[in-house]
Design a binder for this molecule. Structure first.
Ligand SMILES: *[C@@H]1O[C@H](CO)[C@@H](O)[C@H](O)[C@H]1NC(C)=O
Ligand SMILES: *[C@@H]1O[C@H](CO)[C@@H](O)[C@H](O)[C@H]1NC(C)=O
Length: 192
């Protein structure tokens, strides 16, 4: 996948068909409802869009200004059940921490599995640059650390991402022995 950060002009054909499908189903549902009922029409989704972009999350635990801190210590050894990590991590366009900052990821992840290394992710991304500046996305779901590519659901959003639903495919891009890690997020969201 090319680095098409913050760009949805390069949608693959399947997504365009998905958008067309959404448009048709939305239109037919709208046609079936009583147009005179104000509550019903207010609740119907308006035109929906699909956005697709990539960013990198920097989980920095070392140094004087960590962006990721342990707020509850879990079991001392793998799978660290019970451990909770609070983050306010920088998101960048490219993989380097010095690359253009596009937002922050704020929330926590908790080691929630006893027989597996799996995290409960509960985090909000707020964009601080570009066309999505000020808009947010909410991530919530299971992050199974045993897989090279993990999938985290997007369960909501605000601003440009009102009514968002989608997913992120997540890959570890870089990590060191201290626990600092850079994670690549490839996000696809359907929103108003
Ligand atoms: C977790 O354990 C480490 C090492 O024992 C300790 O330094 C740290 O203060 C503990 N953190 C919490 C939140 O209990
Ligand atoms: C993003 O929005 C904030 C608040 O409206 C504004 O202060 C800031 O300059 C904007 N940043 C960019 C890069 O547009």
């Amino acid at each position: 996948m090319p680095n098409t950060t913050m760009d949805r002009s390069l949608l693959p054909k399947s997504l365009l068909f998905f958008m067309l499908f959404l448009f048709i189903t939305t239109a037919s549902v709208a046609g079936a409802k009583d147009p005179g009922h104000p509550l019903q029409s207010a609740m119907l989704p308006r035109e929906e869009k699909v956005s697709r972009f990539r960013f990198y999350l920097h989980d920095v635990k070392s140094g004087k200004n960590p962006t990721s801190i342990t707020i509850i210590n879990g079991s001392a050894s793998t799978p660290f059940f019970g451990k909770v990590q609070m983050i306010d991590s920088v998101l960048t366009e490219g993989p380097e921490l010095t690359s253009k900052q596009v937002g922050r990821c704020q929330g926590f992840y908790a080691y929630s599995a006893q027989q597996d290394i799996a995290l409960l992710m509960d985090m909000n991304v707020v964009f601080t640059a570009g066309r999505y500046n000020g808009s947010t996305l909410s991530f919530m779901g299971r992050n199974s650390m045993l897989y090279k590519v993990r999938e985290i659901p997007v369960v909501g959003g605000s601003g440009a991402f009102r009514m968002a639903q989608g997913y992120a495919l997540v890959r570890t891009h870089w990590k060191d022995n201290i626990g600092d890690v850079t994670v690549q997020y490839d996000v696809v969201v359907v929103h108003q």
